[in-house]
Design a binder for this molecule. Sequence first.
Ligand SMILES: [Zn+2]
Length: 457
Amino acid sequence: MMNLRKELDQRGMAKVGEELHRFAADLYPICRSITGDGIRRTMAMIQARIPLQLSEVPTGTPVFDWTVPKEWNIRDAYIASSDGKRVADFRTCNLHVLNYSTPVHATMSLSELKPHLFTIPEHPDWVPYRTSYYKESWGFCLPHHQMLALEDGDYEVCIDSTLDDGHLTYGECYLPGQSTDEVLISCHACHPSLANDNLSGLTVATSLAQFLSGRDLRYSYRFLFIPGTIGAITWLARNRETVGHIRHGLVLTCIGDAGGFHYKKSRRGNAEIDRAAACVLNHCGESAETAEFSPYGYDERQYCSPGFNLPVGCLMRSIWGSCPEYHTSADDLDFIRPLQLAGSLRVCTAIVDVLENNRRYRNLSPYGEPQLGRRNLYCSTGGDTIATDINGRLWVLNFSDGEHSLLDIAERSGLSFSLISEAADLLYQNGLLSVVPDDGGGEKTLDEPTHDTLQHS
Ligand SMILES: [Zn+2]
């Protein structure tokens, strides 16, 4: 029985968290966008860790109601005062430039410049993150107090960028399992120096793929590292015929901050992924809430568009947009925390454990309770009260009628899925259960109960 979450725990959360945070720090300085060399460099760094197939989709390619845009690249950008001093410098912070700015090199007065400046008056020290992907424009983002300090006079404005025909880049990591049915894990990789919004999902997804690769898996796993919105739409347009393989899916975003978990359900609302995520979060030891689907958010918007209606939910910590740091320079490497990143990876592995282990069993001794004591399965490890693990065995035996899945039983009992799953494994090893196959074929039993499994129950 697969128990990834336990394996991860054995590695130690502090160590796992530091590794995740270090990878985020390596990716942080890159100026990413929805196209261009920033996202290519990011893909190359992910590719150094996991097998990643890259796709380059030409500018102008129609993708449903959208068109793949021109490719944007940038070398430098600044505003300089008349004495040559840079008052906003792309090289010190890539958020200073409006992402997708068209090239410009001109001298202009402050009043001409001002309509191109973006600030956050409520947080005068922070640089906002702004984009203009689908309307050609240029601009600069800077701390509000810095804008207020600009004196009248002429300014040299330079954005050394290119916006030309090129490609949209995305990366895909496919891990084949026993079934061609797939689990989709998707995260956006198009934000520049923003840590929680983009790098947290990216690093956790990469680690999850590393952790799963080389294993004997029930499902096949597909990890997508894509530019937000246009990337998901492009991927869906190019894979329209095969998305039916997706049985479960998760969008990972904003999962490194200090907040508790939020899981947003798929549009279907009762998909197995929705129930698996809720069940895991109920027992994860951190605060967690689940919310119904809404058509605003990250790429679950595309996967759950009515034409696809895929079973894809979204796992977050603080809900995007709910904290002031969202889309500002304050979403930096201090805003994401090693232990929270590790905790998010831990929840992801526990969700995978549910998907991999959730099946239906049949109690082979359904008339009265089978005598567990005779099989050494009624030993209470702590005190006089019935031990939780015995309780789990009784729940599994009672509801393994070929109809209820282990997830059904976990939900109904209020016990954790891992406890229910371990109980089922033990009972199966002792010849008390058969596996009901998904395809309606013959039920599988264990021929020879292996009694050595009793010891480490
Ligand atoms: Zn964002």
